[in-house]
Write a protein that binds this ligand. Structure first.
Ligand code: FES
Ligand code: FE
Length: 454
């Protein structure tokens, strides 16, 4: 009701252009969306040993994601209980304690306050200030899936698995290729002058931009064309709180198809043992292989297997990223390389190279995409954009009928809803979810005491 656009427009796939650069919309996103949804902050492989930590942001809130001596991973609000200084200024490292640079209060890596300079003189010792029980504020909610760490600022957030819903099935293709799980390296970080939603929508379902935006990758002779797999016969799928795109693989058995994607037999054997019958069927029986995807609101994944020009080499790689909003028109991208922790070292090295060439900060695809998004964002901030409804109805007839109905279970074994061919089903799903959150006014901030002292 109090939104600066008509939510009914969004729900019918007509998108008010100014939502991609509007301070008022951004304020509502901070208050109603990012304060409630599950936000990806890292992976357990980034903090393998006790004391390992990385510092990650949720909007303006900094969290120390640290593994304690007890082996448990926590997300501790990076703000000193005394006068609010950031207690950890490094981006990653290993520490048994964090000492605040301002006045020197110190905390164990599980958040417990253990040291106050001049405790007796300044506070009268324990009688005046009891250290026991004082901890850095933990994130209101923290949960993991396949080692992926998510936090939510909402203490009443649903369990992560419920939030992911059917998308967890697809997340396994990227993050559970073997029982050993994945390992992450990075992240590379960079800022783009673009609204955070554009990247999330693009990765969720924009198969349509590839032939136009990314032609140069083939034209300059970096990668080979034509691909035997057919993008237009690929699908978009959406389940739970996420969705993505697939490529249609050439006919063959499960093994042949996974070899085509570039996986060595040792890895294929491990996938066979890690994935469910339905997960194997999507690839082996139905011939679809997941490519880009997004988890609402701002996490995306890539799985790609470029074929190097003038060679038989195929280089599959996996990447995870977040679109971390800085403002209505700026986004910080965090991009990780991900690989099966048990993959042969040679595979890891080649796969990393492919990731850098395609989607690292200087990657070919990355450069192509961002130029569009920066331009779009800039234009969305002008006066005329307030009068324009963008068309995001691809795949629908005027009366709302879907051009390609959802695939039946016999043709697509995965959960949710999958459509063959071009369509903006997923972009609509993502923005519908976005409207769901924006329509719910923030409840009056409850003073939940999670730590701190008086
Ligand atoms: Fe941290 Fe004073 S602000 S010790
Ligand atoms: Fe792209």
């Amino acid at each position: 009701a109090d939104l600066p656009f008509d939510p009914a427009d969004v729900r019918r796939g007509m998108i008010p252009a100014h939502i991609y650069n509007d301070d008022e919309v951004f304020r509502l996103e901070c208050e109603r969306l990012f304060s409630r949804a599950w936000i990806f902050v890292g992976h357990v492989s980034e903090v393998p040993e006790p004391g390992d930590y990385v510092v990650r942001q949720v909007l303006n809130d900094s969290f120390i994601v640290a593994r304690g001596e007890d082996g448990q991973v926590r997300a501790l609000f990076n703000m000193c209980l005394h006068r609010g200084m950031q207690v950890c200024r490094a981006e990653m490292g290993n520490a048994s304690h964090f000492r605040c640079p301002y006045h020197g209060w110190s905390y164990r890596n599980d958040g417990r306050l253990v040291g106050l300079p001049f405790h007796r003189d300044a506070y009268g010792g324990e009688a005046g200030f009891r250290r026991k029980g004082q901890t850095l504020l933990p994130a209101p909610a923290l949960d993991t899936y396949n080692g992926l760490i998510f936090v939510s600022l909402d203490p009443d957030a649903p369990p992560l698995l419920d939030y992911l819903g059917g998308f967890a099935f697809y997340l396994d293709y990227y993050t559970k290729q073997s029982a050993q799980g994945i390992e992450l390296s990075g992240p590379q970080r960079w800022r783009i002058k673009a609204n955070w939603k554009i990247g999330a929508e693009n990765f969720a379902g924009d198969m349509y931009h590839t032939p136009q935006t990314h032609t140069s990758v083939v034209e300059i002779g970096l990668f080979r064309e034509p691909r035997a797999e057919k993008r237009k016969d690929g699908s978009t799928y959406w389940a739970g709180n996420g969705g993505g795109t697939t490529y249609k693989l050439p006919p063959g058995t499960l093994e042949e198809r996974l070899r085509y994607v570039g996986y060595p037999d040792v890895m294929i054997e491990r996938m066979r043992r890690s994935w469910s019958a339905d997960q194997l069927d999507v690839v082996g029986r139905d011939g679809f292989m997941v490519s880009a995807a997004s988890v609402f609101p701002n996490m995306s994944l890539v799985h790609n297997w470029p074929r190097v020009a003038d060679s038989e080499e195929v280089l599959p790689f996996i990447s995870i990223r977040t679109w971390q909003p800085i403002s209505a028109n700026e986004t910080e991208v965090l991009s990780w390389f991900a690989v099966d922790a048990g993959a042969p070292e040679e595979f890891k090295a080649l796969s990393y190279k492919a990731y850098l060439m395609c989607f690292g900060s200087t990657g070919m695809f990355e450069q192509d995409d961002v130029e569009n998004w920066v331009s779009l964002t800039h234009t969305a901030g002008g006066a005329m954009a307030r009068r324009l409804l963008l068309n995001s109805r691809m795949g629908l007839l005027a009366d709302g009928t879907e051009i390609t109905p959802a695939l039946p279970k016999e043709q697509f074994a995965g959960p949710g809803e999958a459509h063959v061919g071009y369509g903006e089903y997923n972009q609509r799903h993502l923005l519908n979810r976005w409207v769901d959150y924006l329509e719910r006014p923030a409840t009056t901030a409850r003073s939940v005491r999670l730590g701190g002292q008086e």
